[in-house]
Design a protein around this ligand. Structure first.
Ligand code: SPV
Ligand code: MG
Length: 558
Protein backbone atom coordinates (compact mmCIF):
# COMPACT_ATOMS: atom_id res chain seq x y z
CA UNK A 1 0.00 0.00 0.00
CA UNK A 2 1.02 3.55 -0.65
CA UNK A 3 1.67 5.12 2.71
CA UNK A 4 2.89 8.54 1.69
CA UNK A 5 -0.56 10.07 2.06
CA UNK A 6 -2.16 12.39 4.56
CA UNK A 7 -5.34 10.32 4.90
CA UNK A 8 -5.12 6.80 6.16
CA UNK A 9 -7.42 3.84 5.78
CA UNK A 10 -9.07 4.99 8.98
CA UNK A 11 -12.67 3.75 9.04
CA UNK A 12 -13.79 6.86 10.89
CA UNK A 13 -13.11 8.88 7.78
CA UNK A 14 -15.11 6.66 5.48
CA UNK A 15 -18.50 7.56 6.93
CA UNK A 16 -20.81 10.06 5.34
CA UNK A 17 -20.24 12.79 7.84
CA UNK A 18 -20.44 16.42 6.94
CA UNK A 19 -17.53 17.28 9.13
CA UNK A 20 -15.04 15.28 7.07
CA UNK A 21 -14.14 16.68 3.67
CA UNK A 22 -15.23 14.70 0.65
CA UNK A 23 -11.66 14.47 -0.55
CA UNK A 24 -10.62 12.86 2.75
CA UNK A 25 -13.53 10.47 2.65
CA UNK A 26 -12.68 9.43 -0.89
CA UNK A 27 -9.05 8.91 -0.05
CA UNK A 28 -9.98 6.88 3.02
CA UNK A 29 -12.19 4.68 0.83
CA UNK A 30 -9.38 4.17 -1.64
CA UNK A 31 -6.97 3.20 1.13
CA UNK A 32 -9.39 1.33 3.38
CA UNK A 33 -7.97 -2.09 2.56
CA UNK A 34 -11.51 -3.24 1.78
CA UNK A 35 -13.41 -3.37 -1.47
CA UNK A 36 -15.74 -0.41 -1.90
CA UNK A 37 -18.11 0.53 -4.68
CA UNK A 38 -18.71 3.63 -6.74
CA UNK A 39 -21.99 4.01 -8.59
CA UNK A 40 -22.19 5.80 -11.89
CA UNK A 41 -24.26 8.97 -11.95
CA UNK A 42 -24.72 11.41 -14.78
CA UNK A 43 -26.66 14.34 -13.34
CA UNK A 44 -27.93 15.73 -10.06
CA UNK A 45 -30.93 13.47 -9.64
CA UNK A 46 -29.12 10.22 -10.47
CA UNK A 47 -26.38 11.27 -8.04
CA UNK A 48 -28.90 11.82 -5.29
CA UNK A 49 -30.57 8.47 -5.97
CA UNK A 50 -27.18 6.77 -5.74
CA UNK A 51 -26.44 8.47 -2.45
CA UNK A 52 -29.83 7.50 -1.03
CA UNK A 53 -29.23 3.88 -2.03
CA UNK A 54 -26.26 3.93 0.35
CA UNK A 55 -23.24 4.30 -1.92
CA UNK A 56 -20.24 5.93 -0.33
CA UNK A 57 -19.04 7.43 -3.57
CA UNK A 58 -20.04 8.19 -7.13
CA UNK A 59 -18.45 7.86 -10.54
CA UNK A 60 -19.23 10.76 -12.87
CA UNK A 61 -18.95 8.63 -15.97
CA UNK A 62 -17.75 10.25 -19.19
CA UNK A 63 -19.87 7.86 -21.22
CA UNK A 64 -23.03 8.53 -19.24
CA UNK A 65 -22.63 12.30 -18.97
CA UNK A 66 -22.05 12.43 -22.74
CA UNK A 67 -25.01 10.13 -23.35
CA UNK A 68 -27.43 12.16 -21.26
CA UNK A 69 -26.44 15.15 -23.39
CA UNK A 70 -27.17 12.95 -26.41
CA UNK A 71 -23.61 13.07 -27.75
CA UNK A 72 -20.83 10.52 -28.15
CA UNK A 73 -18.20 9.61 -25.61
CA UNK A 74 -15.54 11.26 -27.78
CA UNK A 75 -15.06 14.59 -26.01
CA UNK A 76 -17.97 16.02 -27.98
CA UNK A 77 -19.28 17.64 -24.81
CA UNK A 78 -16.80 20.34 -23.81
CA UNK A 79 -14.94 19.95 -20.55
CA UNK A 80 -16.76 22.91 -19.06
CA UNK A 81 -20.09 21.27 -19.88
CA UNK A 82 -18.92 18.17 -18.04
CA UNK A 83 -17.70 20.35 -15.19
CA UNK A 84 -21.06 22.04 -14.93
CA UNK A 85 -22.81 18.68 -14.70
CA UNK A 86 -20.48 17.37 -12.04
CA UNK A 87 -21.11 20.57 -10.09
CA UNK A 88 -24.84 19.79 -10.09
CA UNK A 89 -24.00 16.28 -8.88
CA UNK A 90 -21.84 17.61 -6.07
CA UNK A 91 -24.54 20.06 -5.08
CA UNK A 92 -27.18 17.32 -4.97
CA UNK A 93 -25.14 15.06 -2.68
CA UNK A 94 -22.70 14.92 0.21
CA UNK A 95 -20.75 11.82 -0.77
CA UNK A 96 -17.47 12.03 -2.69
CA UNK A 97 -17.46 12.01 -6.47
CA UNK A 98 -14.69 10.86 -8.79
CA UNK A 99 -14.88 12.44 -12.21
CA UNK A 100 -14.02 10.35 -15.22
CA UNK A 101 -11.70 13.03 -16.60
CA UNK A 102 -10.95 11.19 -19.88
CA UNK A 103 -7.45 12.23 -20.94
CA UNK A 104 -7.49 15.39 -18.81
CA UNK A 105 -8.92 17.31 -21.80
CA UNK A 106 -5.53 18.32 -23.18
CA UNK A 107 -1.97 18.42 -21.94
CA UNK A 108 -0.47 18.95 -18.46
CA UNK A 109 -1.66 22.54 -18.44
CA UNK A 110 -5.29 21.62 -19.07
CA UNK A 111 -4.95 18.98 -16.36
CA UNK A 112 -3.78 21.57 -13.82
CA UNK A 113 -6.73 23.76 -14.58
CA UNK A 114 -9.10 20.82 -14.39
CA UNK A 115 -7.89 19.85 -10.91
CA UNK A 116 -8.28 23.42 -9.63
CA UNK A 117 -11.78 23.69 -11.05
CA UNK A 118 -12.79 20.31 -9.59
CA UNK A 119 -11.55 21.31 -6.16
CA UNK A 120 -13.56 24.52 -6.35
CA UNK A 121 -16.64 22.40 -7.02
CA UNK A 122 -15.99 19.96 -4.17
CA UNK A 123 -15.26 17.03 -6.47
CA UNK A 124 -13.04 14.61 -4.56
CA UNK A 125 -11.04 12.90 -7.28
CA UNK A 126 -10.35 12.65 -10.97
CA UNK A 127 -9.38 9.67 -13.06
CA UNK A 128 -7.41 10.25 -16.24
CA UNK A 129 -6.66 7.63 -18.88
CA UNK A 130 -3.53 7.19 -20.99
CA UNK A 131 -5.12 7.73 -24.37
CA UNK A 132 -5.04 10.64 -26.82
CA UNK A 133 -7.44 13.56 -27.04
CA UNK A 134 -10.12 13.32 -28.36
CA UNK A 135 -10.60 9.93 -26.75
CA UNK A 136 -12.98 7.19 -27.77
CA UNK A 137 -14.82 4.91 -25.38
CA UNK A 138 -12.71 1.86 -24.52
CA UNK A 139 -15.36 -0.51 -25.78
CA UNK A 140 -15.40 0.98 -29.28
CA UNK A 141 -12.60 -0.68 -31.28
CA UNK A 142 -10.37 -0.61 -28.21
CA UNK A 143 -7.49 -2.52 -29.82
CA UNK A 144 -7.09 0.12 -32.51
CA UNK A 145 -6.80 2.99 -30.05
CA UNK A 146 -3.51 4.80 -29.54
CA UNK A 147 -1.96 5.16 -26.11
CA UNK A 148 -0.32 8.26 -24.69
CA UNK A 149 3.44 8.51 -24.41
CA UNK A 150 4.33 7.30 -20.90
CA UNK A 151 6.49 10.27 -19.98
CA UNK A 152 3.96 12.77 -21.26
CA UNK A 153 1.23 11.06 -19.25
CA UNK A 154 3.43 10.98 -16.12
CA UNK A 155 3.94 14.73 -16.53
CA UNK A 156 0.18 15.16 -16.59
CA UNK A 157 -0.21 13.19 -13.37
CA UNK A 158 2.51 15.27 -11.69
CA UNK A 159 0.96 18.50 -12.90
CA UNK A 160 -2.40 17.44 -11.51
CA UNK A 161 -0.93 16.50 -8.14
CA UNK A 162 1.04 19.75 -7.96
CA UNK A 163 -2.06 21.77 -8.78
CA UNK A 164 -4.23 20.41 -5.95
CA UNK A 165 -4.53 22.57 -2.89
CA UNK A 166 -6.32 19.96 -0.78
CA UNK A 167 -3.80 17.26 0.16
CA UNK A 168 -6.45 14.57 -0.02
CA UNK A 169 -7.65 15.26 -3.56
CA UNK A 170 -6.96 12.08 -5.53
CA UNK A 171 -5.67 11.54 -9.03
CA UNK A 172 -6.29 8.02 -10.28
CA UNK A 173 -4.36 6.92 -13.37
CA UNK A 174 -6.16 4.63 -15.77
CA UNK A 175 -4.13 2.10 -17.71
CA UNK A 176 -5.55 1.26 -21.13
CA UNK A 177 -2.75 -1.06 -22.27
CA UNK A 178 -4.92 -4.19 -21.98
CA UNK A 179 -7.76 -2.55 -23.89
CA UNK A 180 -5.40 -1.43 -26.65
CA UNK A 181 -3.88 -4.92 -26.94
CA UNK A 182 -0.41 -3.97 -25.71
CA UNK A 183 -0.26 -6.83 -23.22
CA UNK A 184 0.26 -7.39 -19.52
CA UNK A 185 3.94 -6.38 -19.44
CA UNK A 186 3.12 -2.97 -20.85
CA UNK A 187 0.17 -2.60 -18.44
CA UNK A 188 2.34 -3.27 -15.41
CA UNK A 189 5.16 -1.04 -16.75
CA UNK A 190 2.75 1.83 -17.20
CA UNK A 191 1.09 1.30 -13.82
CA UNK A 192 4.52 1.45 -12.20
CA UNK A 193 5.42 4.66 -13.99
CA UNK A 194 2.12 6.31 -13.09
CA UNK A 195 2.45 5.20 -9.47
CA UNK A 196 5.95 6.67 -9.34
CA UNK A 197 4.62 9.92 -10.85
CA UNK A 198 2.29 10.29 -7.86
CA UNK A 199 -1.00 8.68 -8.87
CA UNK A 200 -3.09 7.83 -5.81
CA UNK A 201 -4.45 4.70 -7.44
CA UNK A 202 -4.40 2.70 -10.66
CA UNK A 203 -7.52 1.94 -12.63
CA UNK A 204 -6.86 -1.13 -14.70
CA UNK A 205 -9.37 -1.56 -17.48
CA UNK A 206 -10.23 -4.68 -19.44
CA UNK A 207 -12.65 -5.42 -22.25
CA UNK A 208 -12.57 -9.16 -21.69
CA UNK A 209 -15.71 -10.99 -20.68
CA UNK A 210 -13.83 -12.81 -17.93
CA UNK A 211 -11.79 -11.27 -15.16
CA UNK A 212 -8.64 -13.31 -16.00
CA UNK A 213 -6.61 -10.30 -17.13
CA UNK A 214 -7.62 -8.26 -14.13
CA UNK A 215 -6.75 -11.05 -11.70
CA UNK A 216 -3.39 -11.54 -13.39
CA UNK A 217 -2.72 -7.82 -13.07
CA UNK A 218 -3.63 -7.95 -9.38
CA UNK A 219 -1.12 -10.78 -8.90
CA UNK A 220 1.59 -8.89 -10.68
CA UNK A 221 0.83 -5.58 -8.99
CA UNK A 222 1.11 -6.95 -5.46
CA UNK A 223 -0.80 -4.10 -3.83
CA UNK A 224 1.77 -1.44 -4.62
CA UNK A 225 -1.10 1.06 -4.62
CA UNK A 226 -4.89 0.82 -4.57
CA UNK A 227 -6.46 -0.68 -7.69
CA UNK A 228 -9.77 0.35 -9.19
CA UNK A 229 -11.67 -1.80 -11.68
CA UNK A 230 -14.69 -1.42 -13.98
CA UNK A 231 -16.33 -4.82 -14.47
CA UNK A 232 -18.76 -3.77 -17.19
CA UNK A 233 -17.73 -6.56 -19.56
CA UNK A 234 -16.76 -9.22 -17.02
CA UNK A 235 -19.95 -8.68 -15.05
CA UNK A 236 -20.46 -12.38 -14.38
CA UNK A 237 -17.49 -12.56 -12.01
CA UNK A 238 -18.68 -12.85 -8.39
CA UNK A 239 -17.79 -9.75 -6.39
CA UNK A 240 -15.99 -11.82 -3.75
CA UNK A 241 -13.38 -12.66 -6.35
CA UNK A 242 -12.40 -8.96 -6.46
CA UNK A 243 -12.44 -8.82 -2.69
CA UNK A 244 -10.13 -11.80 -2.43
CA UNK A 245 -7.84 -10.29 -5.02
CA UNK A 246 -7.52 -7.08 -2.99
CA UNK A 247 -9.30 -4.73 -5.39
CA UNK A 248 -9.84 -1.40 -3.65
CA UNK A 249 -12.69 0.04 -5.66
CA UNK A 250 -15.24 -1.40 -8.03
CA UNK A 251 -17.04 1.00 -10.36
CA UNK A 252 -20.55 0.14 -11.57
CA UNK A 253 -19.86 2.42 -14.48
CA UNK A 254 -23.00 2.92 -16.56
CA UNK A 255 -25.87 1.07 -14.94
CA UNK A 256 -27.94 4.07 -13.87
CA UNK A 257 -27.92 5.44 -17.38
CA UNK A 258 -28.72 2.09 -18.95
CA UNK A 259 -31.62 1.41 -16.61
CA UNK A 260 -33.01 4.92 -17.19
CA UNK A 261 -32.76 4.49 -20.96
CA UNK A 262 -34.67 1.21 -20.86
CA UNK A 263 -37.41 2.70 -18.68
CA UNK A 264 -37.71 5.77 -20.91
CA UNK A 265 -37.92 3.65 -24.05
CA UNK A 266 -40.74 1.60 -22.53
CA UNK A 267 -42.62 4.71 -21.43
CA UNK A 268 -42.25 6.45 -24.78
CA UNK A 269 -43.40 3.36 -26.64
CA UNK A 270 -46.34 2.87 -24.30
CA UNK A 271 -47.53 6.47 -24.62
CA UNK A 272 -47.12 6.51 -28.36
CA UNK A 273 -49.04 3.28 -28.78
CA UNK A 274 -51.83 3.77 -26.23
CA UNK A 275 -52.22 7.57 -26.10
CA UNK A 276 -53.25 7.11 -22.50
CA UNK A 277 -51.62 7.49 -19.10
CA UNK A 278 -53.76 5.12 -17.14
CA UNK A 279 -51.79 1.87 -17.26
CA UNK A 280 -48.51 3.76 -16.97
CA UNK A 281 -49.15 5.80 -13.87
CA UNK A 282 -48.49 3.02 -11.36
CA UNK A 283 -45.28 1.92 -13.06
CA UNK A 284 -43.44 5.22 -12.92
CA UNK A 285 -42.25 7.45 -10.10
CA UNK A 286 -45.01 9.70 -8.75
CA UNK A 287 -44.48 13.41 -9.31
CA UNK A 288 -44.29 13.77 -5.53
CA UNK A 289 -41.22 11.56 -5.54
CA UNK A 290 -39.54 13.88 -8.03
CA UNK A 291 -40.33 16.83 -5.77
CA UNK A 292 -38.87 14.94 -2.82
CA UNK A 293 -35.66 14.17 -4.69
CA UNK A 294 -35.42 17.81 -5.69
CA UNK A 295 -35.67 18.84 -2.05
CA UNK A 296 -39.01 20.63 -2.35
CA UNK A 297 -39.69 20.31 1.38
CA UNK A 298 -36.60 22.36 2.23
CA UNK A 299 -37.70 25.16 -0.09
CA UNK A 300 -41.13 25.15 1.46
CA UNK A 301 -39.67 25.50 4.94
CA UNK A 302 -37.39 28.27 3.69
CA UNK A 303 -40.34 30.09 2.15
CA UNK A 304 -42.04 30.07 5.50
CA UNK A 305 -38.94 31.56 7.09
CA UNK A 306 -38.03 34.14 4.51
CA UNK A 307 -41.12 35.16 2.57
CA UNK A 308 -43.47 37.76 4.00
CA UNK A 309 -46.37 36.13 5.78
CA UNK A 310 -48.78 36.47 2.91
CA UNK A 311 -51.89 34.51 3.82
CA UNK A 312 -53.09 34.56 0.21
CA UNK A 313 -56.56 35.25 -1.04
CA UNK A 314 -58.02 31.90 -0.14
CA UNK A 315 -57.97 29.56 2.82
CA UNK A 316 -58.67 25.93 3.54
CA UNK A 317 -60.36 23.89 6.23
CA UNK A 318 -59.51 20.23 6.71
CA UNK A 319 -61.99 18.09 8.66
CA UNK A 320 -59.88 15.52 10.49
CA UNK A 321 -61.70 14.65 13.68
CA UNK A 322 -62.42 10.98 13.07
CA UNK A 323 -60.40 7.97 14.16
CA UNK A 324 -60.75 6.00 10.95
CA UNK A 325 -61.39 2.64 12.57
CA UNK A 326 -61.42 0.73 9.27
CA UNK A 327 -57.65 1.09 9.36
CA UNK A 328 -57.43 -1.24 12.36
CA UNK A 329 -54.23 -1.08 14.35
CA UNK A 330 -52.91 1.81 12.23
CA UNK A 331 -55.39 4.13 13.93
CA UNK A 332 -55.67 2.45 17.29
CA UNK A 333 -53.71 5.22 18.97
CA UNK A 334 -53.23 7.81 16.24
CA UNK A 335 -55.90 9.52 14.16
CA UNK A 336 -56.28 8.68 10.51
CA UNK A 337 -54.89 12.02 9.40
CA UNK A 338 -51.57 11.09 11.01
CA UNK A 339 -51.18 7.66 9.38
CA UNK A 340 -47.83 7.66 7.62
CA UNK A 341 -47.68 7.54 3.88
CA UNK A 342 -44.19 7.47 2.37
CA UNK A 343 -42.72 8.57 5.67
CA UNK A 344 -44.99 11.57 6.24
CA UNK A 345 -48.44 11.87 7.83
CA UNK A 346 -51.42 11.90 5.52
CA UNK A 347 -52.25 15.39 6.75
CA UNK A 348 -48.80 16.61 5.74
CA UNK A 349 -49.47 15.46 2.17
CA UNK A 350 -52.74 17.40 2.22
CA UNK A 351 -51.06 20.49 3.63
CA UNK A 352 -48.32 20.22 1.01
CA UNK A 353 -50.90 20.07 -1.77
CA UNK A 354 -52.67 23.16 -0.43
CA UNK A 355 -49.43 25.05 0.00
CA UNK A 356 -48.33 23.95 -3.44
CA UNK A 357 -51.47 25.63 -4.76
CA UNK A 358 -50.66 28.81 -2.85
CA UNK A 359 -53.08 28.28 0.07
CA UNK A 360 -51.16 29.09 3.24
CA UNK A 361 -53.96 29.72 5.72
CA UNK A 362 -55.11 26.23 6.66
CA UNK A 363 -57.23 25.28 9.65
CA UNK A 364 -57.71 21.71 10.81
CA UNK A 365 -60.65 20.47 12.85
CA UNK A 366 -59.24 17.66 14.97
CA UNK A 367 -60.83 15.32 17.49
CA UNK A 368 -59.59 11.80 18.16
CA UNK A 369 -55.93 11.85 19.25
CA UNK A 370 -55.87 15.62 18.85
CA UNK A 371 -52.55 16.08 20.63
CA UNK A 372 -50.89 14.06 17.89
CA UNK A 373 -52.22 16.32 15.14
CA UNK A 374 -49.54 18.92 15.43
CA UNK A 375 -48.07 19.87 12.09
CA UNK A 376 -46.57 23.33 12.48
CA UNK A 377 -48.00 26.39 10.78
CA UNK A 378 -51.67 25.34 10.90
CA UNK A 379 -54.61 26.66 12.91
CA UNK A 380 -56.33 24.01 15.01
CA UNK A 381 -59.96 23.81 16.06
CA UNK A 382 -60.96 21.01 18.45
CA UNK A 383 -64.12 18.97 18.14
CA UNK A 384 -63.99 17.25 21.52
CA UNK A 385 -67.38 15.69 20.88
CA UNK A 386 -65.98 13.83 17.87
CA UNK A 387 -67.43 10.49 19.04
CA UNK A 388 -71.05 11.70 19.03
CA UNK A 389 -70.88 14.13 16.15
CA UNK A 390 -70.39 13.96 12.41
CA UNK A 391 -68.68 15.99 9.72
CA UNK A 392 -71.34 18.69 9.76
CA UNK A 393 -70.68 19.49 13.42
CA UNK A 394 -66.94 19.66 12.74
CA UNK A 395 -67.55 22.03 9.87
CA UNK A 396 -69.73 24.18 12.10
CA UNK A 397 -66.98 24.41 14.73
CA UNK A 398 -64.44 25.25 12.04
CA UNK A 399 -66.67 27.98 10.66
CA UNK A 400 -67.33 29.40 14.13
CA UNK A 401 -63.61 29.73 14.76
CA UNK A 402 -62.99 31.22 11.36
CA UNK A 403 -63.23 34.96 10.87
CA UNK A 404 -65.42 35.48 7.84
CA UNK A 405 -62.98 37.83 6.16
CA UNK A 406 -64.36 37.62 2.65
CA UNK A 407 -61.74 35.18 1.40
CA UNK A 408 -62.64 32.04 -0.57
CA UNK A 409 -62.68 28.84 1.46
CA UNK A 410 -62.04 25.25 0.40
CA UNK A 411 -63.29 22.52 2.70
CA UNK A 412 -61.89 18.99 2.42
CA UNK A 413 -61.30 15.88 4.51
CA UNK A 414 -58.27 14.75 6.48
CA UNK A 415 -58.26 11.37 4.80
CA UNK A 416 -58.35 12.52 1.19
CA UNK A 417 -55.05 13.09 -0.54
CA UNK A 418 -55.03 14.84 -3.85
CA UNK A 419 -53.01 16.58 -6.49
CA UNK A 420 -53.12 20.34 -6.34
CA UNK A 421 -54.53 20.15 -9.85
CA UNK A 422 -57.93 19.55 -8.19
CA UNK A 423 -57.67 22.84 -6.30
CA UNK A 424 -56.72 24.71 -9.42
CA UNK A 425 -59.68 23.20 -11.21
CA UNK A 426 -62.08 24.40 -8.50
CA UNK A 427 -60.50 27.82 -8.38
CA UNK A 428 -61.14 28.36 -12.08
CA UNK A 429 -64.92 28.36 -11.56
CA UNK A 430 -66.36 31.72 -10.79
CA UNK A 431 -69.30 30.40 -8.74
CA UNK A 432 -70.46 30.57 -5.13
CA UNK A 433 -70.26 26.83 -4.51
CA UNK A 434 -68.15 24.37 -6.48
CA UNK A 435 -67.50 20.67 -5.94
CA UNK A 436 -65.13 18.21 -7.64
CA UNK A 437 -66.70 14.99 -8.89
CA UNK A 438 -64.83 11.90 -10.03
CA UNK A 439 -66.34 10.28 -13.10
CA UNK A 440 -64.70 6.98 -12.23
CA UNK A 441 -67.22 6.22 -9.48
CA UNK A 442 -67.67 2.59 -10.44
CA UNK A 443 -64.26 1.80 -8.97
CA UNK A 444 -65.64 2.67 -5.54
CA UNK A 445 -68.95 0.95 -6.19
CA UNK A 446 -67.09 -2.23 -7.19
CA UNK A 447 -65.12 -2.18 -3.98
CA UNK A 448 -68.33 -1.94 -2.05
CA UNK A 449 -67.15 0.99 0.03
CA UNK A 450 -69.08 3.95 1.29
CA UNK A 451 -68.90 6.84 -1.11
CA UNK A 452 -70.68 10.14 -1.62
CA UNK A 453 -72.40 9.67 -4.96
CA UNK A 454 -73.86 12.54 -6.91
CA UNK A 455 -76.55 13.05 -9.46
CA UNK A 456 -76.05 16.03 -11.75
CA UNK A 457 -77.89 18.13 -14.28
CA UNK A 458 -75.79 16.54 -17.01
CA UNK A 459 -73.79 13.33 -17.16
CA UNK A 460 -70.08 13.52 -17.83
CA UNK A 461 -69.22 13.60 -21.51
CA UNK A 462 -67.61 15.77 -24.13
CA UNK A 463 -70.48 18.26 -24.00
CA UNK A 464 -70.46 18.56 -20.20
CA UNK A 465 -66.98 19.98 -20.42
CA UNK A 466 -68.38 23.16 -21.96
CA UNK A 467 -71.61 23.39 -19.95
CA UNK A 468 -72.48 24.55 -16.49
CA UNK A 469 -73.22 21.26 -14.73
CA UNK A 470 -75.09 21.56 -11.42
CA UNK A 471 -75.54 19.19 -8.52
CA UNK A 472 -79.02 17.70 -8.20
CA UNK A 473 -78.61 15.21 -5.36
CA UNK A 474 -75.87 13.82 -3.16
CA UNK A 475 -75.86 10.73 -0.93
CA UNK A 476 -74.37 7.36 -0.12
CA UNK A 477 -77.32 5.40 -1.44
CA UNK A 478 -78.38 7.03 -4.68
CA UNK A 479 -79.81 4.58 -7.15
CA UNK A 480 -77.16 3.39 -9.62
CA UNK A 481 -79.17 4.77 -12.57
CA UNK A 482 -78.97 8.22 -11.08
CA UNK A 483 -75.27 8.28 -10.28
CA UNK A 484 -73.07 10.55 -12.39
CA UNK A 485 -69.99 10.43 -10.24
CA UNK A 486 -68.44 10.40 -6.78
CA UNK A 487 -67.95 13.58 -4.79
CA UNK A 488 -64.28 13.79 -3.86
CA UNK A 489 -64.93 15.69 -0.67
CA UNK A 490 -63.96 19.15 -1.91
CA UNK A 491 -66.29 22.08 -1.52
CA UNK A 492 -65.10 25.48 -2.59
CA UNK A 493 -67.06 28.44 -1.33
CA UNK A 494 -66.61 31.92 -2.72
CA UNK A 495 -65.83 34.51 -0.06
CA UNK A 496 -69.15 36.28 -0.33
CA UNK A 497 -71.08 33.02 0.06
CA UNK A 498 -69.52 31.73 3.31
CA UNK A 499 -72.27 33.38 5.37
CA UNK A 500 -74.91 31.52 3.33
CA UNK A 501 -73.08 28.28 3.97
CA UNK A 502 -73.15 29.01 7.72
CA UNK A 503 -76.89 29.54 7.46
CA UNK A 504 -77.40 26.10 5.89
CA UNK A 505 -75.13 24.45 8.44
CA UNK A 506 -76.96 26.05 11.37
CA UNK A 507 -80.36 25.13 9.94
CA UNK A 508 -79.38 21.46 9.59
CA UNK A 509 -77.73 21.28 12.99
CA UNK A 510 -81.01 22.44 14.44
CA UNK A 511 -82.65 19.26 13.16
CA UNK A 512 -82.80 16.17 15.41
CA UNK A 513 -80.22 14.14 13.45
CA UNK A 514 -78.12 17.21 12.65
CA UNK A 515 -75.21 16.48 14.92
CA UNK A 516 -74.52 13.15 13.21
CA UNK A 517 -74.90 14.47 9.70
CA UNK A 518 -72.21 14.22 7.08
CA UNK A 519 -71.30 16.76 4.45
CA UNK A 520 -73.20 14.95 1.74
CA UNK A 521 -76.35 15.70 3.77
CA UNK A 522 -75.39 19.36 3.69
CA UNK A 523 -74.83 19.42 -0.07
CA UNK A 524 -78.11 17.65 -0.68
CA UNK A 525 -79.98 20.00 1.64
CA UNK A 526 -78.40 23.07 0.05
CA UNK A 527 -79.59 21.96 -3.39
CA UNK A 528 -83.06 21.29 -2.03
CA UNK A 529 -83.03 24.77 -0.53
CA UNK A 530 -82.38 26.22 -3.98
CA UNK A 531 -78.61 26.73 -3.95
CA UNK A 532 -76.77 26.15 -7.19
CA UNK A 533 -73.71 23.99 -6.64
CA UNK A 534 -71.45 23.85 -9.63
CA UNK A 535 -69.95 20.45 -10.50
CA UNK A 536 -66.52 20.05 -12.03
CA UNK A 537 -65.92 16.61 -13.50
CA UNK A 538 -62.50 15.06 -13.40
CA UNK A 539 -61.00 11.58 -13.29
CA UNK A 540 -58.50 10.51 -10.65
CA UNK A 541 -55.94 12.82 -8.99
CA UNK A 542 -57.26 11.99 -5.51
CA UNK A 543 -57.52 9.10 -3.09
CA UNK A 544 -59.83 8.53 -0.16
CA UNK A 545 -57.79 6.65 2.43
CA UNK A 546 -60.28 4.37 4.15
CA UNK A 547 -58.66 0.97 4.27
CA UNK A 548 -55.21 -0.55 4.62
CA UNK A 549 -55.28 -1.19 0.86
CA UNK A 550 -55.83 2.54 0.38
CA UNK A 551 -52.77 3.26 2.52
CA UNK A 552 -50.75 1.02 0.22
CA UNK A 553 -52.15 2.74 -2.89
CA UNK A 554 -51.47 6.12 -1.31
CA UNK A 555 -47.79 5.19 -1.14
CA UNK A 556 -47.79 5.21 -4.93
CA UNK A 557 -49.95 8.30 -5.25
CA UNK A 558 -48.26 11.25 -6.85
C1 SPV B 1 -17.01 5.70 -18.43
O1 SPV B 1 -17.87 5.33 -17.65
O2 SPV B 1 -17.13 6.66 -19.18
C2 SPV B 1 -15.75 4.94 -18.51
C3 SPV B 1 -15.76 3.55 -18.19
O3 SPV B 1 -14.78 5.50 -18.91
S1 SPV B 1 -15.90 2.70 -19.68
O4 SPV B 1 -17.07 3.13 -20.35
O5 SPV B 1 -15.93 1.31 -19.29
O6 SPV B 1 -14.71 2.96 -20.49
MG1 MG C 1 -15.10 7.26 -19.76
Amino acid sequence: MNNDTTASGDDRLVGDTDSVRRTSRFKALLLSGQTDFLLEAHNGISARIGEEAGFKGLWASGLSVAAQFGVRDSNEASWTQVLEMVEFMAEATRIPIMLDGDTGYGNFNNMRRLVRKLEQRDVAAVCIEDKLFPKTNSFIAGERQQLADIDEFCGKIKAGKDAQSDDDFCVVARVEALIAGWGMEEAVRRAEAYHAAGADGILIHSAMTTSDEILEFMDRWESRSPVVIVPTRYYATPTDVYRDAGVSMVIWANHMLRSAVKAMQETAEHLFTHENLLALEDRIAPVGEIFRLQGAAELEAAEQRYLPDDQGDSKAMVLAASQGSALGSLTEHAPKAMVEIRGRPLLQHIVDAYRGAGVRDISVVRGFGKEQVSIPGLTYVDNDAYRETGELASLSMGLTADPDDGRDLTVSFGDVIFNRYILQLLELQDEDFVIAVDTNWRASANRDREADYVSCSEAHGRASFYRRVLLEACGEDLHTDKIDGEWMGFLRIRGGAVARLRGHVDRLLGQPAGRQMKLHHLLDAMVKAGEQIRVVYTTGHWLDVDTVDDVVSAGRFG
